[in-house]
Design a protein around this ligand. Sequence first.
Ligand code: ME8
Length: 665
Amino acid sequence: MRPERIRVVPRASPLTARPFFLQGGMIVDGERSDTFYITTPIYYPDNRLHIGHTYTTVAADVLARFNRMCGRDTFYLTGTDEHGQKIQQAAAARGLSPQVFLDEMVEWIKTLWQQLGISYDHFIRTTDEDHTVVVQAIFQELYQSGDIYRSAYYGWYCTPCESFWLESKLVEGACPDCGRDVSWVEEDAYFLRLSKYADRLIAYIEAHPSFIQPEIRKNEMLSFLRQGLEDLCVSRRKEALQWGIPVPFNSDYVIYVWFDAVCNYITAIGYKDPERASMFARYWPAELHLIGKEILRFHCIIWPIILMALDLPLPKQVFGHGWLTIGGEKISKSRGNVVDPLVLAEKYGRDAIRYYLIREIPFGADGRYTEEALVDRINVDLANDLGNLLSRVTAMIDRYDDGKIPAPTGPPTHLEGVARAAREKAERALDRYLLSDALRGIWELVAAANKHIEDAAPWNLQGEARDRVLYDLAESLRILAVLLSPFMVDAPREIFRQLGLAEEADAVQWEDAEWGGMLPGTMIDRGEPLFPRLDPDVVLQANPDEIAEQGEERKGMDMIDFEHFSAMDLRTGTVVSAEAIEGADKLLKLLVDIGEDEPRQVVAGIAEAYSPQDLCGHPVIVVANLKPAKLFGVESQGMVLSAEGPEGLNLIAPVADVTPGSKVK
Ligand code: ME8
């Protein structure tokens, strides 16, 4: 039978109406609503997802779990964005049909989320029949209302970003968002009248300061809007792209992938579906679209305008968080500097990954990812602080009280106040989406409880005094298990179990963090350390098996990590001209096209191996970010790669034709 709990303080729901006026996150102009609809971006399954996608998904999961624990009717949506050129190309590259390719990728993604304990309520795929039908209905409706019209498009298209760009917006001829090559598009097309809604959107953003967060992102969006909005091309001709939702009234066209994608937020909850009308009414407008900062424009301009054109309310908040970086660069599929979250979760456990991601990166800002920092967090915060606390407290209860929680007689300790403060800090921070601050608040209780063991030295106490200390420590641990439940999946459960409260874990509510819930006499059940300490020298080796296989000759070689390698900007190039340098027998002055406006001047020590006339048109690889240097009075703005062969130096060149300026990775 489940024991009645002692409730020292009457239960007060954290949802009790109270006004919030926040600068940071959640908009609540008054009271919290009783529903909480939260979304992540729907990710492109053109490739395996990485630790960056995991970050957004874990953060949204923390908020979904917290709100569920607070008794709010929560709906957490994630999914995949499956149309567009990028997917079509990725499937073709694997020699698979898009659908077969996608099904395989989606399976992998779902496994990933399951491994990480992501508690989504629905996984939308934009190839789902019901999504497709509703997107077509929306397109049709806006065409009929005149918000979508037909005209001609002349401009550029960035496939990795799936973005249309006018010539004037390109930066040095490349995509202003990702810096990659764009392709020319010239076709009759359908357009969405963004321009008509620009002023209304500006007024809306100004009147709803928490609509776009963090503040800096709101200001970026406002300044973008104030430069004036061009209407947006929202279709592609079938010849250019087959893998999309057909325009319902013209089968020569498919709908632009971003138009299709943003609509997922309403199709997933039953927009225009008579059978799910009440679901739509309950959850729309969404409380929060959580996204990375690079896709704010789609969520803060295009999506709101589609909603305005449909006469629907706008989501309450779009939060554009920062990027995880490696060596100062955004982690991204196309840069190839990705970290596989599934491998990490298998190696370190999902709670460690979840904790690290949320604790390490101040929510909203960019943050460096390193495995060293992850291991450090595991050893210090999780093994040393939290894990040891549990081991020590359960060991003492075992020893002094035969494994039974003692009754809290004697004067209360300060831990009750610290626990209340930790809960309040966590709650306030989670309400404002300041996720790492919430963990920091919770760790104040971890630290205070550890310190209390040292200060009170229960091993020197007897009777009531010792009972009080041990009860308060066990109660602190119980409260920690409650407060950590949004953040972690297994550890809170294990804390409950070791405290003899296994059943609590199934239905834990945020209000269970009220002091006094632990019933004296409960039998604890000690177990393994919560987070075993790791030896960094062992776990941080890239991959011990691989290194062993590489044999003896690697020994003694100075190894670099990926960060060092990726600091080098290696580009493909073509030699445009070559000439001798007076007084320098070994050097040639080369001009090399590396895809920039002007060819690079590079001085190379290859005169003994190549004559200038052989070099024109020769492909090369250039170190493009080498500091310029003068050699024999000639400036060298880079270096070409070469290797010694049996007959002298050989220039290193790609084996297949590649465009000058391609990154070598
Ligand atoms: O943009 N750091 O999909 P996508 C933090 N399909 N978060 C990162 C990250 C990093 N280095 N890299 C990726 C798309 N993300 C569209 C979205 S929504 C209607 C359509 C996360 O696969 C972050 O949330 O490129 C970012 O916005 C998202 O993954 C981009 O995922």
